[in-house]
Design a protein around this ligand. Structure first.
Ligand SMILES: Nc1ncnc2c1ncn2[C@@H]1O[C@H](COP(=O)(O)OP(=O)(O)OP(=O)(O)O)[C@@H](O)[C@H]1O
Ligand SMILES: [Mg+2]
Length: 234
């Protein structure tokens, strides 16, 4: 279980998050939604160690990981897939997968690559293709595969469906849903595609101006008239 307790965080003197608390569990999709600039990405960055934490705690399975550096968080099984530029376009699919698994020994890496390719059969046909020739959807699949190679305890996805066609978005959401049965992973999803995110999530947090304004089951978010009108635009 990942526990975020009363987090105050930002970038140097610019505080962005105010007293944000969140719980996320294994085999569960926890989504974070909210308008542009509400601090969703900052929350993921703070958990990963890329934003400044002024106070509050981040606890993973009982260990306090609040102050760890990103490379130490990776060792604790925290994987963060950023919103953009999450793959190396000048390298092949295979090379990207190898880079993702650089900490594994050779045999383990080959096994892990084989393993993730079963989840993403399309990537198998593209192993020697340079990523610049892949579609947006295929790149997101690759980014997800690269995250899984690191054997995450927590995988944080920042807008995986951004700029994708409806068809490619559906495919990526279906894959994220499959992750629930793939391993004991805590899945945290930030999304602009609120309807779709709520559809696949087990629990949701709504951020507004860096504060948590609501949390609950997706159906309760959708029922809440204030959130619908004021913050989600539908
Ligand atoms: N590196 C940074 N330094 C200073 N301020 C930043 C930095 N990155 C983001 N911000 C500010 O933090 C606030 C929250 O941004 P953040 O990217 O977390 O929002 P978001 O909810 O992810 O938005 P979006 O939906 O547009 O991705 C914004 O006001 C933004 O300008
Ligand atoms: Mg963002």
């Amino acid at each position: 279980m990942l526990k975020v307790e009363r987090l105050n965080a930002g970038y140097e003197k610019f505080q962005i998050l105010f007293d944000v608390s969140l719980n996320a569990y294994e085999k569960t999709i926890t989504c974070i939604i909210g308008p542009n600039g509400s601090g969703k990405s900052t929350l993921l960055k703070a958990i990963f160690g890329l934003a400044d934490i002024y106070s509050g705690r981040i606890i993973l399975n009982g260990s306090d990981i609040t102050r760890l550096k990103p490379h130490e968080k990776v060792k604790h099984g925290i994987v963060y897939i950023p919103q953009t530029e999450n793959v190396f376009v000048n390298l092949t699919v295979k090379e990207n997968l190898k880079i993702a698994g650089y900490t594994l020994d050779k045999i383990k890496l080959e096994k892990k690559i084989k393993d993730v390719l079963e989840l993403f059969p399309r990537l198998r046909e593209m192993l020697n293709k340079k990523v610049m020739f892949l579609s947006g959807g295929e790149r997101q699949m690759l980014a997800l595969a690269m995250g899984l190679i690191k054997e995450p305890k927590v995988i944080m996805l920042d807008e995986p469906s951004a700029n994708l066609s409806p068809k490619a978005s559906k495919e990526i959401f279906d894959k994220i849903l499959e992750l629930k049965s793939y391993d004991e992973i805590i899945i945290i999803l930030v999304e602009q595609n609120v309807n779709k995110a709520l559809e696949i999530s087990d629990y949701a947090y709504v951020l507004m101006s860096g504060r948590k304004i609501f949390e609950g089951k997706p159906k309760d978010v959708l029922k809440n008239q204030n959130i619908r009108k004021l913050y989600l635009g539908f």
